[in-house]
Structure formats: structure tokens, C-alpha cells
Design a binder for this molecule. Sequence first.
Ligand SMILES: Nc1nc2c(ncn2[C@@H]2O[C@H](COP(=O)(O)OP(=O)(O)OP(=O)(O)O)[C@@H](O)[C@H]2O)c(=O)[nH]1
Length: 377
Amino acid sequence: MIVDLQAQIVYGILGLVVLVALGLFFLVPRKPKKPEHTLPDDTTGSTQGAPAPEEPAQDEPPREVPTEPTTRLAKLRNRLAKSNNAMGRGLLALLSRDTLDEATWEEIEDTLIVADLGVDTATELVDNLRERVRVLGTRDLSTVRALLREELIKVVDPTMDRTLRTETGGDEPSVVLVVGVNGAGKTTTVGKIARVLVASDRTVLLGAADTFRAAAAEQLTTWGERVGVETVRGPEGSDPASVAYSAVERGLKDNVDVVLIDTAGRLQNKKGLMDELGKVKKVATRPLGEGHELDEVLLVLDATTGQNGMQQAKVFAEVVNVSGIVLTKLDGTAKGGIVVAVQRELGVPVKLVGLGEGADDLAPFVVEDFVDALLED
Ligand SMILES: Nc1nc2c(ncn2[C@@H]2O[C@H](COP(=O)(O)OP(=O)(O)OP(=O)(O)O)[C@@H](O)[C@H]2O)c(=O)[nH]1
């Protein structure tokens, strides 16, 4: 009897032990399984040698930071010199001839005209230079070169205000409208400006008012994503003015510093373009209340289009009050004189120049740097 009882107690204890063990196995949380893919420990973002994370932020491409301004500008100055110093070299070669006769002065004038300076400006420059050389009675090349530099600076006009108006002085965002014909480089320029602003700790919102081509809004959004800036878009074919309005309304709500609005630029139908841009201009700043105007209307011009570009520029200037010019593709032409021609024609300063397709290839236009690049050896 006693043996039976002992056996029952022993079996009971064993059963309990088994049950507790099973319970513990299922209830106690186990250490999580090591993920198959691991990120490297270093915080530099380098993933070298490590497999990609299983759930990368696919919709969020890695943020880019623009190159430090002095490096960027030095690189761009070099590029400008490379593409444009043929004109400077040509002029200096002519000026160093033994005799500066009538024919040579004519050749100097022709060189300036070929560089798209405009006939009147070229004549004016040569007349002034010729007179100063005569009065000084000098033939020393470095003196003549210094005189040429001064005359070029004078025609490019250092007195024009070239600051980009991206600060309102109030709480509301500044609104920058970017206009120009297709392919001039508007979208690229908006992206590049956004990068520069973000690098200077400004908050930016993009408005894709080019609703004519879905790909244009897509392209702008990609530029925005690269620097972590949002883009307000509308459906393809929707009213560009309403997209511009929404972008400014949203910029105000989100308290951003600058709203950059990209537009379409079909010139095939001048009347349509006028109506469309006129409306965008009128409606865009409405969310900011009475009396608010666009802070900046930038006309983007392709420097390689020469006189044809000038005609286009005039059409745009008739529709919107252009406050600044962005001359793109200056890396692809030796006709830097277009800077002077377009400023004189429109009475508006060139504020920025595009010197390549790269994300950082946009530079503020500095008169002295530009002329020095032209005259570089
Ligand atoms: N070499 C060079 N290419 C440039 C420059 N700026 C823009 N581009 C190129 O010009 C082409 C057209 O640029 P976009 O920005 O798409 O022009 P867009 O005016 O927005 O054109 P639409 O969207 O058709 O109205 C692109 O291939 C750009 O990379 C520049 O300064 N230099």
C-alpha cells in the first residue's frame, strides 16, 4: 500500500516537472532570431561588404548634400574659362599685334559679335577701348588687357542687383516662379536651386506646375527627393495655376522658407502660353493675402540658342515680369556674350548660370569672375 502511494507521489512529481518544463518552453520569450541581413555598425552609411537591408527605404533615395560652395564655384569658374576663353584669347592676340590699324579694330569688333555680344554693344566697347588706348598712347599688352577687362566689366554691368530674392523678411514663404521654353533647363534649374537652398539650411517646397507632361512632374519630384524636399503635384493636364496655388498654400501651412514653382514652356501657341502663365502669376500668391507679389520670376534661357533665345525671352518678358535670368548650358558654348545681349534687351540681370548637367553645376553670376574667365590664359 505504502509502496503504491510512494509510486503515485513519484509519478505525480515527474508529471508536474514535465508539465512545467513544457509550459516554460512555450511561454518564456526566446531571443529573437538573428536577422539574415545585417547593417554595418558604422554610422557613415557605408554598406560596403554588407548585403543590403531586407527592407531598404525604397521610396526614399539617399539624401544628397551639395558640394561645399567654394569648391563648387572654383570648379565652375574653371569650366566657364574652358568653354569661353577662346573669345578672350582671340581678343588678346589681336590687341598684341604690332600695329593696331583699322582692320585690326574691325576684327576685334567681329570677335565680340561672333561671341553674341550684340552689334551695338560690340561697337560701343571697341570705340571706348580704342579711344583709351589712343589717349594713353600705350601698347603694353598688360595695360591693354587691363583696359579690355574694364570695358568688358562695364558692358556686363556690375551695378545690377543679382541677389536671388528668397527672403521675404516676414513669416510667409518667398515664392519663386521659373519660366522658359521646353528643354531650356527649367526643371533642372529648380532642382539645383533647391539643393543650394537646402545646403544653406533653408526649407523648400517644390510646385510642379508643368502639368502638361507627367514626366516633368516626375523629374521634379526626383530632384526634390534627392535633397529631401517635397513636391506638390496635380493630375496630368490639370490647371497649372491651381497647382501653383496649392503649393504656396501648403508652403504657408508648413512654414517653409521658399516655394519654387516649375512651369511648362510650350511656345507653339503664344496666346495659350500667355494666358496660362499670366494666370499662374496672378493666382500663385493668393494664399499669402492681398498685396503679395511673386518674389522672383526667373527666366531660364539656353545660352546655345543665341538670337533665337532672345526672341523667346522677349515673349516671356511680355507675359510675366521677369526679375532675373538663368543662363543655362554656358558650358556648351563659346558665345558668352549672350549674357550682355539678353541683359540689355530685357533690362534684367543674369543672376545664375548653368555650367553642366550635374546637380551642383549652377553658379551665381559674378561679373568680375565671368570677365576674368573670358580673359584667362
Ligand atoms: N550642359 C548642360 N546641360 C544642361 C544645363 N541645364 C540643363 N541641362 C540639360 O538640358 C536638358 C533639359 O533640361 P530640363 O530641365 O528638362 O528642361 P526643361 O526646361 O524643364 O524642359 P521641359 O520640362 O521640357 O519644359 C536636360 O538634359 C538637362 O540635363 C546646363 O547648364 N548645361
